[in-house]
Design a protein around this ligand. Structure first.
Ligand SMILES: C[S@@+](CC[C@H](N)C(=O)[O-])C[C@H]1O[C@@H](n2cnc3c(N)ncnc32)[C@H](O)[C@@H]1O
Length: 149
């Protein structure tokens, strides 16, 4: 019905999904590079002013989808749209990274949780106007409370 082309690829230290930290309380600190296609470099104009970016990407090495699944951060099943599972009807990932610096069409970032050579669909500045007091963390908060009462 519609088609999308990668705007670039992620260079990540992770060659195998088992190397990527997962589970409750995981912090992603790995450095990586967002290599944007040369002909799209103009689209990065003024991106340097943003400390964090949304990266929208494809789970290109994930197979099938599960509407209900048990994530590594809990022992109970949850609906796919209430989790960040790679097994989704549309295999699209979303990661917030810290922008360290730009070298032409290459963005050096911190906080990647994607495999090396993951296709990037889009990059947007990270902006949030949701205050902490209005933010609800659903089942994740309950799982955290059970683990660290
Ligand atoms: C739980 S998902 C969360 C990804 C993203 N932060 C999100 O919320 O959409 C992260 C996991 O996706 C898997 N993964 C990363 N890159 C992938 C790729 N290119 N294809 C398939 N699975 C991938 C790895 O197993 C990694 O631990």
């Amino acid at each position: 019905m519609f088609s999308v082309q990668p705007i670039g690829y992620v260079r990540s230290p992770y060659k195998d999904a088992r190397e990527i930290p997962r589970g409750l309380g995981t912090k992603h600190n790995a450095d990586g590079v967002l290599e944007v296609r040369q002909e799209l470099e103009l689209g990065l104009t003024d991106i340097e002013g943003f400390s964090h970016l949304f990266v929208i990407w494809v789970f290109d090495r994930s197979e099938g989808s599960e509407l209900l699944g048990t994530p590594p951060s809990d022992s109970r099943p949850h609906g796919v749209f209430a989790t960040r599972s790679p097994k989704r009807p549309n295999p699209i990932g979303l990661t917030v990274v810290e922008l360290l610096r730009r070298e032409g069409p290459r963005l050096l970032v911190r906080g990647v949780d994607m495999l090396d050579q993951t296709p990037i669909l889009d990059i947007k500045p990270y902006l949030s106007n949701v205050s902490q007091e209005h933010l609800k963390r659903g089942w994740l908060a309950e799982a955290e409370a059970r683990t660290h009462p």
